[in-house]
Design a protein around this ligand. Structure first.
Ligand code: SF4
Length: 872
């Protein structure tokens, strides 16, 4: 798999013909759009604004305007290569921008119980322009009124893994420290929280132990429910390149034959395994463990188990009792012989890595694997198997979670979620509340009160609470409500009832339909600076031109101004909490915020204070150091570690340069890795899924009132719904109306990201312009669906329209995956564009998805809806 083959295979000929060059990608001029005209850099060192791989990206400018995007050849992540999304990341930057604060004339007033009649529409005549001062004053007054009447927890915020760390940190201070609310969530919830809570339970901290260099050292690489070629293309390229060089075995567990499966088979079909299971991951992992325990005991690392783990005896007993491959075929749908074969390879590669002291089995997953009712168990189950075979705590092996958002890890580390504080510590910890209160300049009692405020059900719960009238205001910060499930019955009606404030860049962005006040935001590439943290814990700089479209302000500036105003109105010491002043360029300096973040990190397992020691010694600022090193991986607790670029790997003494680290081998209270047995048991399936089906269909059914049901479903490793497989193949009229015979999964398509941008960018829009559904040819034949034909996909909660894409020769782009019979797949992220006009909206995949979520991680299960297909 050569670099060029990879790019061509991934982007398609159309991308190449639209201007791919090794030197970069030209950005359209944006016509007459006016910029602030501030002094600007001629070249900005940045990270790609899209996926969590975090490719180094150089933004070229002329006269303060972004003109080119060039992959950074000196960046250790992407080494001079970027996928089509990253290359075209600035194409839509000057399109259809908002430039003035707007206030909805017919505003929802939750204090008086008034629901705006114009919510759900965006039309300039429904809004009036305002000055920044007027709009800021208005929202501060409303928010303070709500806090005084109903308490801080009645104010919510939905933040973003695309916002730089400095903004995330301050939004959390604003919400928990100033407003006094635990109702803070972010799109990281729908992205990575199952990995987060799984890591916590297994390893004691939200700390991915691995780094990208482990790819090149591994002896076997497994992708769990992860189409890396589509979702994380540069990571996939590194895996495929390693396979091509060292011919390592690979396993992909995914219902579809994706580009990932095919690409690895293209390198070597013999040692490329594919398990097309639907929801069978936990059973497969337990079955591999069963085979290893019974047939390849030499692969079990007994010394590691006895000395560094707890709970392994129970795990082994349970696995031996119930997970013989033949006994779980009903759940895995994988022939037992295939599991025996892969388990043998897994055993051999584990022994090989252990004997060499480097390498073994590296297991990678992404958002989809996390988006399950049992998402946390998915992580823990995988850690169990890796730990059993000693594949953790040395280079070249271990669990590696890939974030979807470029700075989802920043959201996690700054604690911008319900119940969290920064630096991997929960709000329930009184000592850490004290620590944060001191660093945030707020009375400790405020955080104590927040700690006793609940936001059960997290992101989904926040919207259900709004439907019940408990949340009365909502800030939407660099995140779209489109990424939440069951939009027709959950987020959209909820936003309609609340006083809603959006920070947006485009006029027709979906959030604007529901906003009462809209602030025009500067976006990636236009800021002055900011930090992103990508999936290997690498903090990287995002330099921007500092010259946004005229009238637009960075989100960081907005939180500081909003925070100061609300703090003052609440009688708090605003200048102590937000000790920042605008600089000569008119903007706040993000590096001041970053320094404060570093200072507060001292003593935590994500200690970054070595960066400040280096600054003292050399005079190089934190941003300068990070830029020069092309990133620093947290933690960097000493000057020596910071100078070396941080800590590549975690646990089992791999942080050898950090003698005083605040934990033993693992971050748990006893310093040990914890096995947590995860089961899959379908015996009570129908009863549980039938009860769950009321969510989104019965307006009086709030799923957060039924956490016991979610726990039961989680413990049995179930999906939220079960298709009526017995009616598969029946045409409309042949089966009862309320039957849904297909599995329907939503996910992402390579060309688009989860933002409003890629669908507005000329190149990526041209490559994949419209909604599609991947279908098996036999299913299409039975229903009389022709390739390219528009069909309706309906779930119990609503419908979308999509073009049928049947097989690799489909006329519908991108036509690069195939699906098993009875299974459908559509990309949800195209709907971000279409939903700008709800009356015409036909693609809103998340209007129809199920709101069931993992009861601990809060991540919704987008992968297994029951659906039917109708001809249009
Ligand atoms: S989308 Fe991901 S893989 Fe593609 S260039 Fe951006 S960071 Fe790299």
């Amino acid at each position: 798999m050569k670099r060029r083959t990879f790019v061509a295979g991934s982007a398609g000929a159309a991308a190449l013909s639209t201007g791919f060059t090794r030197t970069g990608w030209t950005v359209p001029s944006g016509g007459n759009i006016e910029l602030e005209g501030k002094e600007a850099r001629s070249e900005c060192y940045s990270a790609c604004p899209y996926c969590g791989v975090g490719c180094g990206t150089i933004i070229k400018t002329q006269n303060g305007r972004i003109t080119n995007i060039v992959p950074d050849k000196d960046h250790p992540t992407n080494k001079g290569l970027q996928c089509i999304k990253g290359l075209t990341s600035a194409e839509a930057i000057y399109v259809n921008r908002l430039t003035k604060p707007l206030i909805r004339k017919d505003m929802s007033d939750p204090m008086k119980g008034y629901v705006s009649k114009t919510k759900g529409s965006y039309d300039p005549s429904l809004f009036r322009e305002a000055t920044w001062e007027e709009a800021e004053e208005l929202i501060a007054d409303k928010v303070v009124e709500i806090i005084k009447a109903d308490g801080g927890n009645a104010v919510g915020l939905y933040g973003s893994g695309q916002l730089p760390l400095e903004g995330q940190y301050l939004e959390n201070i604003f919400m928990k420290g100033v407003v006094g609310s635990n109702t803070i969530e972010a799109n990281a919830r729908m992205c990575m929280t199952s990995a987060v809570t799984g890591y916590f339970k297994s390893l004691g901290s939200d700390t991915p132990p691995t780094c990208y260099d482990d790819v090149e050292l591994a002896d076997m690489i497994c992708f769990w429910g992860h189409n890396a070629r589509g979702a994380h293309p540069i990571l996939f390229w590194r895996v495929a390149d390693t396979k091509a060089k060292r011919d390592i075995p690979t396993l992909v567990v995914d219902p579809r034959r994706t580009g990932t499966v095919q690409g690895l088979e293209d390198v070597d079909r013999e040692n490329s395994f594919h398990f097309p299971t639907i929801n069978g991951d936990i059973s497969i992992q337990n079955a591999i463990a069963w085979v290893i325990l019974n047939k390849h005991p030499e692969a079990v690392n007994w010394e590691f188990l006895k000395n560094y783990t707890t709970g392994w005896e129970n795990y082994i007993e349970e696995v031996k009792k119930g997970y013989r491959p033949e006994d779980v075929e009903d759940r895995t749908k994988i022939p037992a012989a295939e599991i025996y074969k892969v388990a043998k390879v897994w055993a051999e590669m584990s022994v090989k890595g252990r004997e060499r002291g480097s390498g073994g089995v590296l297991s990678i997953w992404g958002i989809g694997y996390n988006q399950h009712l049992h998402g946390q168990n998915n992580t823990m189950s995988l850690v169990n198997l890796l730990a059993l075979t000693g594949n953790i705590g040395r280079p070249g092996c271990g669990p590696h979670s890939q974030t979807g958002q470029p700075n989802a890890m920043g959201e996690r580390l700054t604690g911008g979620l319900t119940g969290r504080l920064p630096f991997n510590i929960g709000l329930e910890d009184p000592k850490h509340r004290q620590w944060c209160a001191e660093h945030w300049g707020i009375p400790r009692q405020r955080l104590d009160k927040v700690a006793s405020s609940k936001n059960a059900g997290m992101a989904v719960g926040m919207m259900e609470r709004a439907l019940k009238g408990e949340v009365k205001a909502m800030f939407l910060i660099y995140a779209t409500h489109i990424d939440l499930p069951d939009a027709y019955h959950l987020s959209r009606p909820a936003l309609t009832k609340m006083f809603t404030v959006a920070q947006e860049i485009y006029h027709d962005a979906p959030n604007n339909l529901y906003a009462d006040v809209i602030f025009p935001a500067a976006t990636w590439g236009e800021w002055v600076n900011g930090i992103y943290i990508q999936s290997e814990r690498r903090l990287y700089i995002n330099e921007g031109t500092g010259n946004p479209v005229k009238g637009c302000r960075p989100d960081l500036d907005m939180v500081i101004d909003k925070g100061k105003l609300v703090a003052k109105k609440l009688g708090l010491d605003a200048d102590k909490i937000f000790p920042y002043k605008r600089k000569a360029n008119g903007f706040y300096d993000p590096e001041e915020v970053f320094r404060n973040f570093i200072v507060a990190s001292k003593g935590s397992d994500s200690d970054l204070t070595g960066i400040l020691e280096v600054e003292k010694e050399t005079g190089k600022s934190p941003y300068e150091q990070i830029k020069e090193l092309r990133g620093i991986q947290w933690p960097a607790p000493t000057a020596a570690i910071a100078r070396a670029g941080g800590t590549k790997r975690r646990y089992m003494g791999q942080e050898e340069a950090w003698p005083d680290k605040p934990y033993a081998e693992f971050r748990t209270n006893d310093g040990k890795l914890h096995f947590n047995m995860c089961h899959q048991d379908y015996s009570n399936y129908r009863e549980i899924t039938d009860a769950l089906s009321k969510a989104g269909t019965d307006p009086n059914f709030y799923i957060t009132d039924h956490m016991d049901l979610l726990e039961k479903a989680r413990d049995a490793g179930l999906t939220p719904e079960l298709p009526h497989a017995e009616h598969l193949g029946k045409k409309a009229g042949e089966a009862p109306d309320d039957t849904y015979p297909f599995w329907w999964a939503t996910g992402v398509v390579y060309e688009h990201f989860h933002t409003a941008k890629t669908i507005r960018a000329g190149t990526t829009k041209k490559l994949v312009p419209e909604m599609y559904v991947e279908m098996h040819p036999d299913d299409a034949k039975e229903l009389g669906v022709k390739d390219g034909q528009w069909v309706r996909i309906s779930t119990r909660r609503g419908s979308i329209e999509a073009r049928a894409s049947i097989g690799l020769d489909s006329v519908v782009k991108p036509a690069r995956n195939t699906v098993p019979k009875g299974f459908l797949f559509s990309p949800w992220n195209l709907s971000v564009a279409d939903s700008a006009e709800p009356k015409k909206n036909k693609w809103l995949a998340n209007g129809t998805t199920h709101r069931a979520f993992d009861p601990v991680s809060g991540q919704a299960d987008f992968k297994k809806c029951a659906a039917r297909v109708e001809l249009l």
